[in-house]
Design a protein around this ligand. Structure first.
Ligand code: IPE
Ligand code: IPE
Ligand code: MG
Length: 246
């Protein structure tokens, strides 16, 4: 990571970790073995990102649509998740990482929620990178939930609908307090968003790689960050405007 420019790092990196199943299939292994291997990648990437100086890392680990997968896979994923969160807390403490979750937590098994609560409480005082797992997360539902709470607050007279702006709206999303992602990485060659952070990704730089998540390593991370650093984010302006600062 030596050649990265520290002043041009994404403040918030989001990753759609995809391709565990295909990684396993290519090796004639069960899908769950791919998920297990994927957890090892998560460990390494979390550590690497916190060392490099990423402030927010958000990992899409389980979507609201993933509940429709075969029951055995869902159960195995939940068991893996519980084990991962529990075993990672000491490492989060070592790396000064703060743990958070976005998504519909009510749908998660009690055992998983218990580990989440403990991990959040234990790491809440850490001032380093914030690691956010998106669990049972679906962006359209997140947006609908926000709209419905805004409507309720307006009816109750808590907010004035004519004051509704992007900032107020964003405050009703799960990601309240987290800046929008600067860079989104998706592994495994799929070029879609799959209902992830639809509102928040409005001006995010997108990076797709064919590498399956279990094979994603620090060199791949470096390549993505380097690619990001060589881009010009214009936010609708012209290149000349950006260069002259006007
Ligand atoms: C990503 O890998 C992990 C989850 C969605 C839980 P997949 O399980 O989607 O792997 P592929 O896409 O089938 O290869
Ligand atoms: C997106 O991957 C969700 C996660 C990585 C957790 P999927 O594998 O579920 O997405 P699709 O079905 O290929 O769009
Ligand atoms: Mg997939």
């Amino acid at each position: 990571m030596r050649r990265l420019k520290p002043d041009r790092l994404p403040r918030h990196l989001a990753i759609i970790m995809d391709g565990n199943g295909r990684w396993a299939k290519q090796r004639m292994l069960q899908r769950i073995v791919g998920h297990q291997k994927g957890v090892e990648t998560v460990r390494m990437i979390v550590e690497e990102c916190s060392k490099v100086g990423i402030a927010y890392l958000t990992l899409f680990a389980f979507s609201s649509e993933n509940w429709l997968r075969p029951k055995t896979e869902v159960q195995a994923l939940m068991a893996l998740l519980k084990k991962y969160i529990r075993s990672e807390v000491p490492r989060m403490m070592q790396n000064n990482v703060r743990f958070a979750v976005i998504g519909n937590r009510h749908e998660l098994p009690q055992g998983v929620n218990k580990e989440i609560d403990e991990a959040i409480a234990t790491t809440s005082g850490n001032s380093g990178m914030q690691l956010t797992l998106a669990l049972s997360y679906g962006s359209r539902r997140e947006i609908l939930g926000a709209v419905s709470r805004i409507a309720a607050d307006a009816t109750a007279g808590k907010i004035d609908p004519s004051n509704l702006d992007e900032k107020l709206f964003a405050g009703y999303l799960y990601t309240d307090g987290i800046p929008d992602p600067d860079l989104l990485i998706r592994t495994s060659g799929e070029m879609r968003i799959s209902n992830f952070l639809l509102w928040q990704l409005a001006y995010t730089e997108l990076y797709f790689t064919d590498v399956n998540w279990p094979d994603f390593d620090s060199l791949q991370l470096y390549k993505a960050l380097k690619d990001y650093q060589d881009r010009e984010r214009r936010f609708g302006l012209t290149s000349e405007q950006l260069r002259s600062g006007k």
